[in-house]
Design a protein around this ligand. Structure first.
Ligand SMILES: Nc1nc2c(ncn2[C@@H]2O[C@H](COP(=O)(O)OP(=O)(O)OP(=O)(O)O)[C@@H](O)[C@H]2O)c(=O)[nH]1
Ligand SMILES: [Mg+2]
Length: 296
């Protein structure tokens, strides 16, 4: 089932972003380091390129992503023309501090009292835009929360008299081209729960992680203790095994797969499984070539 999520307030957010773009010198695009291409909103590029604003891509939540894969994404992005990308964890004190200097380099003609540098933080929901804003300002100015669409309107603050930053509401786009992108985004909690079935998302995620990080899955869910061969099971089997091990049962005595799906998604979202990435530059290239609908 293709996932689409474009609630009404995002049309409004898009209009407002288009207006603000005119008075913006550069875009700080926040991505989820675990799904850097899936979490890229093509509409942001359109808006940015229309005004020819430079772009800094931030692969945020790098503390949750596979470091090797993040490294290959940075190479991939930094080899593209007019693109600068850095990996970051807003949860690490001081990590965000390197950002202002990079911005100033990208827009050397601004950044004075007379002509302050105006940066616009953009990205899909729940990638950490407001957390970044707070980290840059070193105080809690913006509300943050682990659910999509926390920020409802733009907020502008001065870092100092020569640099201002605007936080924006998370923005999706009207049609997600690749079905697996919708699943990766839902797993990473960028899409409202009303638009998805948690069980489907958990099965997709389980298949992806079983393929790419079998040792981590084995270690987290003690599959060997249960005499289960991690290389011989699929996502549905994994959820069933977790439900059995944790004795998640419904009132009627059957395994509670819904509860298990939520627990599994939470484990991924909080990093309890370990540092994992759901896509690599190679899987992305393959996906584009095959135009297949679901890639694990
Ligand atoms: N592990 C980890 N969590 C992060 C990081 N940055 C942000 N978060 C968490 O991600 C969740 C979303 O953060 P927000 O800053 O509210 O995200 P946002 O992009 O502003 O979201 P919207 O306003 O809904 O568009 C919160 O629970 C943050 O604590 C990071 O670098 N690492
Ligand atoms: Mg926000």
């Amino acid at each position: 089932m293709a996932i689409q999520w474009y609630p009404g307030h995002m049309t409004q957010a898009r209009k407002k972003a288009e207006e603000t773009m005119e008075f913006t010198d550069m875009v700080i695009e926040v991505l989820d380091a675990r799904v850097p291409e899936a979490s890229h909103n093509p509409v942001i590029n359109e808006m940015r390129q229309f005004r020819q604003r430079p772009n800094l891509k931030i692969l945020n939540k790098a503390d949750l992503a596979d470091p090797k894969v993040t490294e290959s994404w940075l190479n991939y992005f930094n080899n593209q023309p007019n693109t600068k990308a850095v990996a970051l964890s807003c949860k690490k004190a001081g990590d965000a501090k390197k950002i202002p200097a990079i911005c100033r380099k990208l827009v050397p003609h601004r950044g004075t009292h007379l002509k302050p540098l105006r940066a616009l933080i953009m990205g899909i929901p729940n990638v950490g835009k407001s957390t970044l804003m707070n980290a840059l300002l070193n105080r809690r100015v913006a509300k943050v929360g682990d659910e999509p669409a926390v920020t409802k309107s733009q907020q502008r603050f001065d870092l100092d008299a020569t640099f201002s930053i605007t936080d924006t509401p998370g923005m999706m786009w009207p049609k997600i081209e690749f079905e697996s992108d919708g699943y990766m985004l839902a797993a990473s909690h960028a899409i409202g729960r009303n638009a998805v079935i948690d069980e489907d998302i958990a099965i997709f995620l389980a298949n992806n992680l079983l393929n790419n990080y079998p040792e981590l899955i084995n270690a987290r869910y003690k599959l060997d203790v249960m005499k289960i061969d991690v290389s011989a099971i699929d996502g549905v089997d994994l959820l069933e095994a977790i439900a059995k091990r944790r004795s998640y049962k419904r009132h009627d005595g059957f395994l509670d797969i819904e509860k298990t799906a939520m627990a599994f998604l939470t484990d991924y979202r909080t990093g309890a499984i370990g540092r994992v990435s759901l896509e690599t530059p190679e899987t992305r290239t393959k996906m584009k070539i095959s135009k297949s609908t679901i890639v694990d």
